[in-house]
Design a protein around this ligand. Sequence first.
Ligand SMILES: Cc1cc2nc3c(=O)[nH]c(=O)nc-3n(C[C@H](O)[C@H](O)[C@H](O)COP(=O)(O)OP(=O)(O)OC[C@H]3O[C@@H](n4cnc5c(N)ncnc54)[C@H](O)[C@@H]3O)c2cc1C
Length: 313
Amino acid sequence: MNDFIDVLIVGSGISGLRAALEASKYSDNVKIISKLPVMRSHSVSAAGGINSVSVSHDSLNSFIADTIKGSDYLADQDAVSILVNHTTEEIKYLESIGVNFDKSDKAYSANKLGGAEFSRALNSSSQIGLSIMQRLYEEVKRNDIQILENWHVLDLIHKDGTCYGLIAFNKDHNKIKAFFSSIVILATGPAGHIYSNTTNSTNCTGDGVAIAYRAGAYLKDMEFVQFHPTSLIGSNILITERARSAGAYLFNKNGERFMTKYAPSSLELAPRDIVSRSIINEINDGFGLKDSKYDDYIELSFTHLSDSVLNEK
Ligand SMILES: Cc1cc2nc3c(=O)[nH]c(=O)nc-3n(C[C@H](O)[C@H](O)[C@H](O)COP(=O)(O)OP(=O)(O)OC[C@H]3O[C@@H](n4cnc5c(N)ncnc54)[C@H](O)[C@@H]3O)c2cc1C
């Protein structure tokens, strides 16, 4: 069967491209299938940074501890450990394929983001997602990994607990086709658009979770959805956490810096779930600002920051 594929990856965001490059070390018959053109994957929007131990007084153990603490001790600690222990080599890999991380005097310039004891978030001219996507995409092309774009995967082909491939709909030609593969990897991104308020793009509809569920997979931890605390009212375009890292304050309608109440030491840089919950608490308690067109909101203020901080950040 000529069409048989060794490894078929659904999704061409950072996860899908990276998985394809890794799989291509073991097979020259790896393909990516995606409902979008590569550079429209949501990964291009990531702007806050990618965490890695980069300052001398930081350590992998501290990174692991912050991550577990930030999860209210609910995270799978083995998974956290694997994630953190691979970051240094992954940053080196990304550099090796051409991602330019911001540096000052040859040392990484890292920002301190929410829930982190040390500055860890590396960036690339404020466009970390775009930068990584561009380099991974180039690398995928250089390795001759075929990308099938505009194919919307509908379901897996499976029998008795074994997956044999998938069924997909081609949006350009209105046709449905079966793809057969020994290994299918779902890298279909987030599901933010099942909620009315989200900073995810409209393509983030949780398809992979639904596809796996329909095929009989067990789902776990479905309640762990991160809501980014700050976005533009109306459009929900994300205001990156670097704004709070640079010193922006959150105020309620009485001009109170309410994070002093919820997280007295970390304030606006508490983990995102704490900041998001605090904002919603303030609004639900009647302390939100009013707008004639939109729901009540909270103010993110930069007015106390100097021009040089604003320009630099
Ligand atoms: C605004 C914003 C900013 C962020 N900033 C940061 C940050 O600074 N640092 C950080 O670490 N994280 C950040 N995140 C989170 C991070 O961007 C995501 O976790 C990551 O990009 C997800 O990558 P992905 O490859 O899993 O998904 P995506 O990039 O969303 O890719 C999903 C892929 O799956 C494909 N797909 C989906 N369904 C189907 C289907 N049915 N059939 C075929 N293909 C399908 C899509 O076409 C797409 O190619 C941010 C998230 C948001 C929303």
